[in-house]
Design a protein around this ligand. Structure first.
Ligand SMILES: NC(=O)C1=CN([C@@H]2O[C@H](COP(=O)(O)OP(=O)(O)OC[C@H]3O[C@@H](n4cnc5c(N)ncnc54)[C@H](O)[C@@H]3O)[C@@H](O)[C@H]2O)C=CC1
Ligand SMILES: O=C([O-])CC(=O)C(=O)O
Length: 329
């Protein structure tokens, strides 16, 4: 017997990430090739015509797993009974803007949406925030949801997977090892240039990647800036922010969360106090997923260099948290 459909709400459905994301969800790449899905698409009133166009294209793919779709500009409708919410809709960053510039503009969106999710979605809904600044937007949505109750506060995530994937590709190129051979990558902190991509634990076919590379200057002066500023480099090159790679990372995050991970994966999750990160801060941690649950990997040694990097990215998140504190009263 076929499975009951899962409801996937996607905000910013008419945007460029949406255009890369929706077709892959509908084809089963996110929730499994045997899992029917219903897409619940949210966008602003002025984008409804474009959403309809995307829906026409989805229809034209005749995806066997696509069991239904709706388009709406009302968050209460979009999040109704949702199993997964992908919060993509936000104002994207243009040339010369830092993600923090978007805080106030986007804070308002995520308080409304967090509340609407908590009031309407399934109690075990999984929420992934992609719209930037995604850690703090996830923090805002979670705070608004906690006021309502009902949903699980641990299930409000921010997306660090793009940084994780970017780091893997840079390491593969440097070490000459296949990207598929690299295990145990971690990206700590904020999805911003302050993130700390940490390959001290990374292995390739049993070899330590740190020992293979053995180049601290490359780590500090090339690798970390390259991964941290990759989003800006894409904007510079394309004139638009990353879209297909961001959609791919969202698929990876949710697929591993729901179906299980075969390796460590970086997820931006609300801290439970692990590694000294204050509770509730949405922070990139190394995680493992099994039976639909994620768990932060415990007990990793943090050396002085790494602690310095973690402190910096935490400080940025604490500053963002302070900047939105008034919105959450
Ligand atoms: N976390 C990550 O790794 C990444 C995050 N991003 C972020 O993802 C977001 C979306 O990027 P794009 O798709 O390229 O932008 P886009 O501008 O192409 O699309 C954004 C869409 O969101 C809609 N929207 C705006 N406010 C909304 C609201 N309140 N409710 C529902 N929909 C709303 C817009 O109408 C538009 O259709 C941006 O914030 C961008 O910075 C982008 C790449 C990577
Ligand atoms: O940089 C941006 O605004 C888009 C983004 O988050 C990324 O590509 O990492």
């Amino acid at each position: 017997m076929s499975k009951a459909p899962m409801r996937v709400a996607v905000t910013g459905a008419a945007g460029q990430i949406g255009y890369s994301l929706l077709f892959r969800i509908a084809s089963g790449e996110m929730l499994g090739k045997d899992q029917p899905v219903i897409l619940q698409l949210l966008d602003l009133p002025q984008a409804q015509k474009a959403v309809k166009g995307v829906m026409m294209e989805l229809e034209d793919c005749a995806f066997p797993l696509l069991a239904g779709m709706i388009a709406t500009d009302d968050p209460n409708v979009a999040f109704k009974d949702a199993d997964v919410c992908l919060l993509v809709g936000a104002r994207p960053r243009g040339p010369g803007m830092e993600r923090a510039d978007l805080l106030t503009a986007n804070g308002a969106i995520f308080t409304v949406q967090g509340k609407a999710i908590a009031e309407n979605a399934k109690e075990d809904v999984r929420v992934l925030v992609v719209g930037n600044p995604c850690n703090t937007n996830a923090y805002i949505a979670r705070a608004a949801a906690i006021k309502v109750g009902r949903t699980n506060p641990a299930n409000y995530h921010g997306m660090l997977r793009l940084d994780h994937n970017r780091a893997l590709s840079q390491l593969a190129a440097k070490s000459g090892r296949a990207v598929s051979s690299l295990k145990k990558m971690v990206v700590w902190g904020n999805h911003s240039p302050s993130m700390y991509a940490d390959y001290r634990f990374c292995e390739s076919n049993g070899d330590s990647v740190k020992a293979l590379i053995n180049d601290h200057a490359w780590n500090n002066d090339v690798f970390l800036p390259t991964v941290g500023k990759r989003g800006a480099a894409i904007i510079e090159a394309r004139g638009l922010s990353s879209a297909a790679s961001a959609a791919n990372a969202a698929i990876d995050h949710v697929r591993d969360w729901v179906l299980g991970s075969s390796d460590w994966v970086t997820m931006g999750v609300p801290s439970d106090g692990s590694y000294g990160i204050p509770e509730g801060v949405v922070f990139g941690f190394p995680c493992e997923c099994k039976d639909g649950q994620y768990k932060i990997i415990q007990g990793l040694e943090i050396d002085a260099y790494s602690q310095g990097k973690i402190d910096l990215t935490l400080k940025e998140l604490e500053d963002e948290r302070a900047a939105v504190a008034d919105m959450l009263k």
